[in-house]
Design a protein around this ligand. Structure first.
Ligand code: S3P
Length: 451
């Protein structure tokens, strides 16, 4: 299945129980970073458990275009022969990052301080997303960006020939912006400093340290201050990619709302900057057990046992938790629709500039399925109908957004009548085995002929 093919309409039918083991693919954030940092190291980095979703495959192709040798040996096992910090070659052609905001923003950062020019594009979703959030701080290094109105792709980046380091306070909580600035700082003299008021996922910091960069993080009254020293020699690594907690969220949430379910999700990443959903689900009364907590490849992991949890209760999600569960609000809103009482999600306006406007996408689809809700620019409030009480029966728009498509398919599993998504294709960007994996647990999907 391709992320770029003709739209594929898929219905998800109500089921009576999900059972078995959910082997989730590799973490998307860590997979992108493995390829990019591998390309910036001198020598051969080896990766196992790499996510082979379209987003990551597009980043692999981009790294080849910048001169790295990237080889797939067997499923999930890849090697990257890097060119070293400052060693990127000028690509001969336009770089197509497909659907991936993480891919394009990190790669722009990684090439921004090399004396080369590159042009980036993507699909309709990516070409509608703001790039100014990365090109503004990169201008401080001396990097020029020429894009469409509103700082949109396609965009040409002219790398700084003589970069100066920056000190940048990130105005929105964004790991992509933080990471783009840090990657640019690798090929600048002196110290590049990034300050974030709210902590976002810290995979870049952990991995840069693992590759041998000098990087320090300090929690101060101003926020988290990250200082990177330029011109390190990055040493190649052996990386084991943990399984993606954001992908695991779909079978986990499904098991919580489909009566009789009991599933095991082995080896999932539980980095605290990513684990907000799991705390939130517990606050709602979910039966989750983390077994055998341990560390793998510098990241905390555990095996997660999930059982159907009867009546979950609506809660107010603490807004300060948003950065640690930013990708999980769509599927949380599905759980909220099946809970009793009201779930209030505030401080989430970043959802409006993801692969789609995720507040609007979820609100319109949930409403069509019989769920009452309220929204404003920064908030989604879902009035739960209680377990098994969502009518369903609608066709919801996926809007080129993998997480929207998967969320509505989860909704259908616990609804009174099937829920259909107008295009399941985008799921391949992050979770290419979603349908097979969920089917093996007991989900029932059927393809619909195009209307
Ligand atoms: C990501 C950061 C987040 C997240 C995205 C992955 C990353 O985006 O939504 O799926 O790997 O750095 P923002 O930086 O826009 O918050």
């Amino acid at each position: 299945m391709s992320a770029h093919g003709a739209p594929r309409t898929l219905a998800s039918h109500p089921v009576t129980g999900l059972h078995g083991t959910a082997d989730i693919p590799g973490d998307k954030s860590i997979s992108h970073r493995s390829l990019i940092l591998g390309a910036l190291a001198v020598g051969e980095t080896r990766v196992t458990g790499l996510l082979e979703g379209q987003d990551v495959l597009d980043t692999a192709a981009a790294m080849r275009a910048f001169g790295a040798e990237v080889t797939r040996h067997s499923p999930g096992a890849w090697s990257i022969h890097g060119v070293g910090v400052g060693g990127f070659a000028e690509p001969e052609n336009v770089i197509d990052c497909g659907n991936s905001g993480t891919g394009v923003r990190l790669i722009i950062g990684a090439m921004a301080t090399s004396p080369i020019t590159a042009t980036f594009t993507g699909d309709a979703s990516l070409c509608s997303r703001p790039m100014g959030r990365v090109t503004d701080p990169l201008a401080g290094f001396g990097t020029a960006a020429h894009g469409r109105a509103g700082g949109r792709l396609p965009m040409t980046i002219v790398g700084a020939a003589d970069p100066v380091p920056v000190r940048y306070s990130v105005p929105v909580p964004s790991a992509q912006v933080k990471s783009a600035v840090l990657l640019a700082g690798l090929n600048a003299p002196g110290q590049t400093v990034v300050i974030e008021r709210e902590a976002t996922r810290d995979h870049s910091e952990r991995m840069l340290a693992g590759f041998g960069a000098e990087i320090a993080t300090e929690d101060t009254p101003e926020g988290r201050v990250i200082t990177l020293t330029g011109y390190p020699e990055l040493r190649p690594q052996q990386i084991t990619v943990p399984r993606d907690p954001s992908s695991a969220a779909f079978p986990v949430c499904a098991a919580l709302i489909v009566p009789g379910s009991d599933i095991l999700v082995p080896n999932i990443g539980l980095n605290p900057t990513r684990a907000g959903l799991y705390q939130t689900l517990r606050d709602m009364g979910a039966d989750l057990t983390f077994e055998d907590p341990r560390e793998e490849g510098g990241e905390p992991v555990a095996d997660l046992r999930v059982r159907f949890s009867g009546t979950l209760k609506g809660i107010e999600v603490p807004p300060e938790r948003a950065p640690s569960m930013i990708d999980e609000y769509p599927v949380l809103s599905v759980v909220a629709a099946n809970a009793e009482g009201t779930t209030v999600m505030r401080g989430i306006k970043e959802l409006r500039v993801k692969e789609s406007d995720r507040i609007d996408a979820m609100a319109r689809g949930l409403e069509a399925c019989g769920v009452r809700l309220e929204e404003d620019e920064d908030t989604l409030i879902v009035h739960g109908r209680g377990p098994g009480s969502v009518p369903g029966g609608a066709t919801c728009a996926a809007r080129l957004d993998h997480r929207i498509a998967m969320s509505f398919l989860v909704l259908g599993m616990a609804a009174q009548t099937p829920v259909t998504v107008d295009d399941a294709g985008p799921i391949a960007t992050s979770f290419p085995i979603f349908e097979d994996l969920m089917g093996a647990l007991g989900a029932q999907f059927s393809e619909m002929a195009d209307a």
